[in-house]
Write a protein that binds this ligand. Structure first.
Ligand code: ADP
Length: 649
């Protein structure tokens, strides 16, 4: 046997070999032990439990609640209270140092009060508290980190779920970038805020309060002087800094955006630039925008240069003041030496929270605007929505009626006007007409990708707006022009519309659309991985996979947007044969780009400029010599296959 025999028998070698043949892959050189270990691991791996969640088009009451940071964190009271308690404890413990120093000086160091014992106890307590606070800090960072991670997970899922509910009109090209930025930078801003910002804000705010209280209880006179002289100066300076730095931030942000835009334009347009000898001018322009960016950086640099040293200076001035007033009070025996030193220490500690708060303010602002933007997104209602009293659509025969339907993607510019059409159960109808006439648009109204601006669309006599989206789309299936393959095996891609499909059903679908040869050729059969980017399959094969997917989903009505890219003759024949099988007993709308397909339909509807201009069986339309007959003649003249002749033996 096998390559793995050398590793000592059936356990190592056998296991690996079996796995490789099972998957149908040729052996790729995996060592026996590794394979066996992996197999062993897989055997102990519990099956993935089904996650307990439901999706419905109607949001749940909690999902309807307005998005606020408070609601997001309130979902985790344990973390919230635990975190707050830790922050509180830390703000208190961290301020014990100067107090201990004061006690050690006043009761252990000044002449007449020498006590080694007091000094030892104070120093030991100091060290123990320092260690303890380090430990608490570790726990606090962990707790707020976890809280932030959970809140972000909830938020991501909530936004994603909302995106699943939104209608097609929302997902235009231009919005994709905006949506990505909601999911990345906005959510990251919030994460930053929950993780660091809020706890920093709380810690620093509390620290200032704790220090103020300590200062006032130690000596009211000195505390008042300090607070009156130092705090207002610091306050004014910080407000100025905050405004100036915000301006600087906006300025640098705008200017770097211009630099990047200029850069990317030059890169993308490099051929035109070279062809027209624009290099010199481009450089001049780039020097200009980079210069503007440099000026913005100069500005923010200047702002920081003023703020940092000035706060330091205010601090030093404060200390000078303390020295004078405090020394005076000491001589008058109204202040102990220890208390004076503690005052110095506290004053120093008073400054860093102010500086930190000012810095954190920007992240607070960013977090706030992020949450506003996310809230807007979450509050965008789907344009095609379910009613609260929507019913399940019972199994339908497949009769579709368009009643005086008018529709425009932009309601002011109708694309369809007063369309009336009845498709009988089991009938296949081909839409033909020039590009942009509105064929796909009519079809998109049948499964409620969009809703008409006026008129009604009925399925078996039921207005599609009165039934649940799920039950409607289960029965009215769509095969889009460009079939999309998801990352996964052919099996998962096929059973997309009906995950419970059995292997036998999947194999049947493959046979029906004529993909048997392809699947047999693939290394792992239906378990071969395919994905959208991997161009392993030809356009025709992808089209057939999409058909097989539709066949497996078994909708009662099938809407098929035929690919415009021409298939080669052989694939075309296979697709047509597949279509014949798939459409058996189903109503269908075929948006036909090839007249061979149109000719096979029970009825043809000619669409032009948003209206139906002609309808009848292929033979009728050819006989009357109207628009379709003209199109057909032109198509034949340009080398199309004569399907009438092919169809009649
Ligand atoms: P056909 O299928 O006959 O080629 P469509 O139904 O796709 O035509 O398009 C009809 C008209 O609607 C065209 O003018 C097209 O530009 C416009 N249109 C199609 N899709 C959209 C859309 N998503 N947003 C705005 N306009 C659209």
């Amino acid at each position: 046997m096998a390559w793995g025999g050398g590793f000592g028998g059936p356990f190592f070698g056998g296991g690996g070999h079996r796995a490789s043949t099972d998957s149908g892959l040729p052996f790729g050189g995996i060592p026996g032990e590794l394979m066996a270990e992996a197999t062993k691991l897989l055997a102990t791996e519990p099956p993935h439990p089904k996650a307990a969640f439901a999706f419905s088009q109607r949001p749940s009451p909690s999902e309807r609640q307005r998005l606020t940071l408070a609601r997001l964190v309130a979902k985790y009271p344990g973390y919230l209270y635990g975190g707050s308690l830790l922050v509180l404890a830390l703000s208190l413990i961290l301020q014990a140092g100067p107090k201990l120093t004061e006690y050690a000086i006043d009761h252990g160091m000044i002449p007449g009060h020498h006590s080694l014992e007091v000094i030892t106890v104070c120093a030991t307590t100091y060290l123990v508290l320092a260690l303890f606070s380090a430990l608490l800090q570790r726990v606090q960072v962990d707790v707020t980190g976890r809280l932030a991670a959970r809140v972000m997970q909830d938020l991501r899922i909530r936004v994603f779920t909302h995106l699943q509910r939104l209608s097609l009109d929302f997902f235009s090209e231009e919005k994709a970038g905006v949506l990505m930025s909601r999911m990345t930078s906005d959510i990251e801003n919030l994460q930053q805020l929950v993780q660091d910002g809020i706890s920093q804000f709380a810690t620093q705010g509390l620290t200032m309060i704790v220090i103020s209280v300590i200062l006032f209880t130690t000596n009211v006179t000195l505390a008042t002087w300090t607070v009156l002289l130092v705090v207002p100066l610091l306050f004014v300076l910080s407000i100025w800094f905050h405004r100036a730095s915000e301006r600087g931030y906006l300025l640098t942000r705008d200017r770097i955006a211009t630099v990047l835009a200029d850069l990317s334009e030059s890169l993308y347009g490099v051929r035109v630039v070279t062809a027209h000898n624009r290099q010199r001018r481009n450089i001049r322009n780039h020097r200009h925008v980079v210069g503007a960016y440099r000026d913005a950086n100069f500005y923010t640099g200047r702002v920081s240069a003023v703020y940092g040293p000035t706060t330091v200076m205010i601090g030093i001035l404060g200390q000078g003041l303390l020295l004078g007033i405090g020394g005076h009070l000491y001589l008058e025996h109204r202040l102990s030496l220890g208390a004076l030193i503690a005052f110095f220490l506290y004053l120093n500690r008073f400054f860093s929270p102010i500086q930190l708060l000012v810095q954190q303010y920007n992240s607070l602002q960013q977090g706030r605007s992020s949450i506003t933007r996310l809230r807007e997104l979450l509050e965008t209602p789907p344009s095609v929505d379910e009613r609260d009293d929507a019913n399940e659509l019972a199994t339908i025969d497949g009769r579709i009626t368009f009643e005086h339907v008018t529709f425009g993607y932009d309601p002011d510019h109708p694309v369809l006007t007063d369309v009336n059409l009845e498709i009988a159960a089991g009938e296949s109808v081909a839409f033909v007409g020039p590009t942009g006439a509105g064929k796909s648009t009519i079809a998109k109204l049948a499964n409620r990708f969009y809703d008409p601006t006026a008129g009604r669309v009925l399925v078996d006599g039921v207005d599609v707006r009165t039934v649940t989206l799920r039950s409607l789309r289960n029965q009215v299936g769509v095969v889009p022009q460009e079939p999309f393959l998801f990352a996964g095996s052919i099996r998962t891609n096929l059973s997309f519309g009906r995950p419970e499909a059995t292997d036998a059903e999947i194999e049947e679908a493959i046979d029906v659309v004529g993909l048997r040869d392809l699947v047999d050729r693939l290394p792992a059969g239906i378990d071969t991985e395919v994905h959208e980017r991997g161009q392993t399959l030809s356009a025709g094969e992808r089209q057939l996979l999409a058909l097989a997917r539709a066949f497996l989903a078994r909708p009662r009505v099938l809407i098929l947007d035929e690919a415009t890219s021409s298939l080669d003759l052989q694939s075309e024949t296979i697709v047509e044969r597949a279509l014949d099988r798939i459409l058996e007993g189903r109503s269908a709308i075929l948006i036909a780009h090839r007249l061979t397909t149109a000719q096979r339909a029970d009825r043809i509807v000619v669409v032009d400029r948003g209206g139906i201009v002609e309808t009848g069986t292929p033979a009728q339309l050819l006989a009357t010599g109207g628009a379709y007959a003209t199109m057909y003649a032109a198509w034949l003249a340009s080398g199309g296959r004569d399907a009438t002749r092919e169809a009649t033996p």
